[in-house]
Design a protein around this ligand. Structure first.
Ligand SMILES: [Zn+2]
Length: 376
């Protein structure tokens, strides 16, 4: 599977200037070409190149490869919409190929700029080393929060698939970001607190509506999403490690089902509707597959109303928003946990992954867990 490696550049002042100038010239050239393309209704790479190539080289001081990239970038954006003029930001990304960028050992990159070719120190942080033999295709040079990065696509071999002996059902719930069928609760409190704390401020900024208020607002949402992302990563890591450690598949609900259920299960709506919630689900699917863990997607209908033991489905099984109590057998528990058991059960019934212990239905559900109790 392809993965993106983010390599940070550590330029000195002169090198930073050279990078900034290159970005400005490159995107300036994009705007120049975009104007001609739009005016003359000319969106073909070959024809466009005949007209603008020399100008790009001379007026913007770009190397031949970068000039070609400018044209390619402009043509690409007009593929989606030819009805409006496309404008490019000063720091729009630049695509580099090996002819104009190459790594020099582990700590330097040689890169073409409008001030010639320069060598800039790099750091790859936690990745340890660059798997050069796995680099696929071109690299993007980007600028994010005033820091320059090279984004490299690398081909990462998937881990060998496990043969699941069990299934862990994961419910993304109301009170908790996630609950799994082993009874582990992953709290969303941190995310919720940050959001609530920022809600007032956001309202005020929206009301003010000035340019600086908008800027502040953007910063705020960036901070929030980074925080949610970190929380999601922590949860994800734990779930995937548990699945791998216990040779279990992971069962989750169908994504469309999650949407549907937001109308059924009310409360904490912003968690349901926020992308943090969808992100976790995508993370689980992606990371689990990468780690060789099968992911089973199940029908989400009534997972929060069905009794995991006697399978009675009834609205009455939910006396309270976060509580489950079966009207026919009396099984009681936290609603989210019950849902995770149902998700696990459905996966076990529906999905013959491998033969073996996985079909031993007698082990389902885990009725001894702390969240379950019998009232009668
Ligand atoms: Zn029951």
């Amino acid at each position: 599977m392809l993965k993106t490696l983010q390599i940070k550049l550590l330029p000195n002042d002169a090198q930073r200037e050279a990078l900034i100038d290159t970005f400005v010239q490159f995107n300036g050239a994009c705007n120049f070409v975009s104007g001609i393309a739009f005016e003359r209704r000319l969106f073909n790479k070959v024809f466009l190149q005949r007209i603008v190539y020399r100008d790009i080289r001379e007026r913007f001081g770009l190397a031949s490869q970068l000039a070609v990239r400018v044209i390619a970038k402009v043509v690409e954006t007009y593929k989606t919409d030819k009805t409006v003029f496309h404008e490019f930001r000063d720091y729009g990304s630049i695509v580099y190929d090996p002819r104009i960028m190459s790594f020099k050992g582990l700590d330097q990159v040689s890169i073409n700029t409008v001030h010639g070719r320069i060598r800039i120190p790099i750091t790859i942080g936690k990745y340890g080393k660059i798997p050069f033999q796995r680099i696929r295709g071109q690299c993007d040079l980007i600028r994010k929060n005033k820091i320059f990065y090279i984004m490299v696509a690398i081909d990462v071999p998937d881990e060998p698939a496990i043969k699941p002996k069990d299934i862990i059902g994961v419910d993304m719930g109301i009170e908790n970001i996630a609950v799994d069928s082993t009874g582990k609760y992953y709290s969303g409190d941190d995310i919720r607190e940050v959001r609530e704390r920022n809600a007032d401020l956001r309202d005020r900024l929206q009301y003010v509506g000035t340019k600086s208020a908008k800027k502040h607002l953007k910063k705020l949402s960036g901070k929030e999403s980074r925080f949610a992302r970190n929380t999601n990563h922590t949860i994800l890591k734990e779930i995937v490690q548990k699945a791998r450690g216990t040779s279990s598949a992971i069962a989750i609900e169908d994504l469309s089902g999650i949407r549907k259920r937001t109308t059924v299960r009310k409360g904490n709506r912003y968690i349901h509707n926020s992308w943090a919630f969808y992100q976790l689900r995508l993370f689980i699917e992606y990371k689990a597959r990468e780690a060789g863990i099968p992911v089973i997607v199940v029908d989400p209908h009534n997972t929060s109303r069905e009794c995991p033991e006697c399978h009675t489905i009834d609205r009455g099984n939910r006396p309270e928003r976060s509580k489950f109590k079966c009207i026919s057998c009396g099984l009681e528990g936290e609603a989210d946990f019950i849902a995770s058991l149902n998700i696990r059960n459905r996966a076990a019934v529906n999905q013959p992954i491998v033969t073996g212990a996985i079909f031993d239905h007698s082990i389902l559900p885990v009725a001894s867990s702390k969240a379950l109790a019998r009232s009668c």
